[in-house]
Write a protein of this length. Structure first.
Lengths: 525, 142
């Protein structure tokens, strides 16, 4: 039976009257949405771009931006554009033309054989330019000045920078006509733009045992009490996007999933001390002994970035070996207000695990559905959404569906059973009859899995070729897989019951090292 | 035996230390033994009492259920038992549904589990009774 909010509130107050005074304030009947965890944003960023104007007169000088604060260098694109005007008297010694010259300047023949009034860029001890000024023409021949409008180059530069113009056109040794007349006039200026390239930190993890690399999330073999799998080497490397940008590692942190996990013979993850120092190397080979998050701060082309890789143990259920699926399934518990001490505030939430079917390489993710108005700690509500094509965006496939149980299951509480606050058949909460919550699926959960896998009931999903599909339940500590064709309580058997925080692993699992394979949960930075 | 149960029920122990509330019952009968949901519940409790994994062992300890073979969980079709069970259930959950047939699962020789609303979406109140339906030993959401 479904009740309106007002009636439900009245019923709720009546129900609570025996044990507490019902205030005038509305009881929280909706969950307080919490932000979902996110990884550090992947953002391309660049130092500022600067523009200068270098005067046409030979010997002109401009100070360019200094990158001495970045000993690793900064990759910049320097662009020199526009032309200067060189006016020449026809009686001049070496050069008698009036031209608009590009960044290379003009060609001085005779004994000089050089370009004058060209632009050169200097950073530290490295000099760039001036570019060629003797320009080929068609049919073959030579123009004695740079006819191009733009000179550009990209390079890693260090230290202080400057732009200089080579000397003016020379004159003969005295006597020279240019001693008595103005042989040349130089007008205009050239624009110099110094633009550092945008980049990002691209943290990578190399898993030595299997010779593969990963970004953002790495799934490795579960930790077992063997020489091969009790500790596994993962090398974290600060790389850049795009490749080849200067990078300086600033700091790294390793946040283990469960610091209280028993040390045992194998101890915890061993990070080489320099890797946790203030000037770490770019690559750190880490002796990993539990799941966790490697977080790296590095300066990429002068800008500080952060990137992280979450290390997970792989699970037997393939759908769970996806970073977003795990993070978002844990976030479903937050969206249910699962830790709210007010049991009435908790609401089960339904979700779909979906995948884009047209984007190559698209990974599965979790689509959380709005809480039903009459959802509570024990029920998803009276209007659950069947996983059909119409329930998700076009070109999206539902791989599985699920919901959470925002309560502590009875067998995970050392102090004893945990009581829930559930509606009875009338739709009332009855605190006098707070039932013991059984972990795993209820009969209704199993029913839904069976019904929604029934081609006669879920015809649209069947027509789309989506059936059969499993369903999942996540609670405080466990993820249960309800597989088509299995029975009520089969979700508690090995292979269907996965302890995501590894606080209460499947008791029949005597191989995996205790509490070393929990799912690290990322938090909003 | 049935009379003994009835007498014991009517003599009325105060459940949970609260005043006993009794609700008049119609001639409700029992949920059919072939009912799909009833069979699911039976199978569920059958697993619960018979599985040897540690989770099931803990569940049994929490719920006070015995460790017995799966086959010793049966669906009752005895209308007298179901009528008594229905009244006991309504009293235990303090909500009268006198015209709704209960699912009565006999757990070995010592206990019953009574359930109404077996077609509910999420779960239902399951009440574990002693053999005489005089003591509601546990209420479970299952």
């Amino acid at each position: 039976m479904k009740l309106g909010p007002t009636l439900r509130l009245i019923g709720l107050c009546n129900a609570l009257l025996v044990i507490l005074a019902c205030s005038d304030h509305e009881l929280p009947i909706a969950p307080n949405p919490k932000p979902e965890p996110s990884r550090p944003a992947s953002t391309m960023a660049a130092l500022g771009t600067f523009t200068y104007n270098l005067a046409a007169e030979g010997g002109s000088f401009d100070t360019l931006p200094s990158y001495s604060a970045y000993p690793e260098g900064v990759k910049v694109t320097v662009t020199v554009s526009t032309r200067i005007n060189v006016w020449s008297d026809s009686r001049a010694d070496y050069f008698q033309k009036t031209v608009d010259a590009g960044p290379g300047g003009v060609w001085i023949d005779g004994g000089y054989q050089q370009c004058d009034n060209g632009v050169s860029i200097n950073y530290g001890n490295t000099h760039f330019g001036p570019p060629p000024c003797l320009m080929a023409t068609n049919p073959p021949g030579l123009l004695p000045y740079d006819t191009s409008g733009v000179w550009t180059f990209t390079a890693v530069v260090y230290g202080n920078g400057s732009a200089t113009r080579t000397p003016n056109i020379p004159k003969y040794a005295p006597p020279s006509v240019c001693d008595t007349i103005t042989c040349h006039r130089y007008t205009g200026s050239q624009s110099i733009i110094v633009a550092p390239l945008a980049g990002d930190l691209d943290l990578q993890a190399f898993y030595a045992l299997e010779g593969r690399s990963a970004r953002k999330a790495l799934f490795i073999h579960p930790f077992t009490n063997t020489d091969t799998y009790a500790h596994q080497t993962v090398t974290f490397t600060d790389s850049t996007t795009p490749r080849g940008l200067p990078v300086k590692a600033l700091s790294n942190t390793w946040t283990m999933m469960d610091p209280t996990a028993p040390n045992g013979y194998w101890n915890h993850t061993q990070v080489p001390a320099p890797c946790l120092g203030s000037s770490p190397p770019l690559a750190c080979a880490v002796d990993v002994r539990e799941t966790g998050i490697w977080d790296a701060h590095a300066r990429v082309n002068g800008v500080e970035h952060e990137d992280a890789i979450t290390l997970y143990c792989s699970e037997s259920e393939p759908l769970l070996n996806n970073d977003l699926v795990r993070q978002q399934m844990m976030a479903v518990l937050d969206s249910s207000d699962a830790r709210n001490s007010n049991l009435l505030a908790r609401k089960e939430r339904e979700f779909f695990i979906v995948q884009d079917t047209v984007t190559p390489g698209a990974k599965p993710y979790v689509m959380v559905l709005p809480a039903n108005p009459d959802a509570d700690e024990c029920n998803i509500g009276s209007t659950p959404v069947m996983p059909t094509p119409s329930a998700v965006p076009p070109n999206t496939k539902i791989l599985a569906w699920g919901h959470d149980h925002p309560f502590e299951a009875s067998d995970t509480v050392t102090a004893g059973a945990r009581l829930g606050m559930c509606r009875d058949e009338s739709g009332r909460f009855n605190p006098l009859q707070a039932p013991t919550m059984l972990e795993g699926a209820s009969k209704g959960d199993r029913d839904a899995t069976d019904n929604w896998n029934n081609p006669a009931i879920n015809q649209a999903a069947n027509a789309a070729g989506w059936l059969p599909m499993p369903s999942f339940i996540i609670d405080y500590h466990q993820v249960y897989v309800l597989r088509p064709g299995q029975n009520l309580r089969d979700e508690k058997l090995a292979g269907n019951k996965i302890s995501w925080d590894r606080l209460y692993p499947n008791q029949d699992d005597t191989i995996t090292l205790p509490r070393r394979c929990g799912w690290p949960k990322r938090t909003v930075q | 035996m049935r009379k003994l149960i009835l007498v014991t029920l009517l003599s009325g122990a105060a459940w949970f230390g609260l005043p006993t509330v009794t609700y008049a019952q119609g001639n409700v009968g029992c949920v059919a033994t072939t009912n799909h949901s009833a069979v699911m519940y039976r199978n569920g409790y059958g697993s619960l009492v018979s599985h040897t994994d540690q989770g099931s062992v803990k569940d049994r300890a929490t719920l006070g259920l015995p460790s017995i073979p799966d086959a010793q969980v049966t669906i009752s079709s005895d209308t007298t038992v179901c009528r008594i069970a229905s009244a006991a259930y309504d009293s235990a959950v303090r909500f009268p549904a006198p015209n709704e047939a209960p699912l009565v699962l006999k757990i070995g020789t010592t206990q019953y589990v009574v359930i109404k609303g077996i077609e509910s979406h999420g779960g239902s109140f399951n009440v574990v009774f002693n053999q005489a339906f005089t003591v509601a030993q546990k209420t479970i959401w299952f």
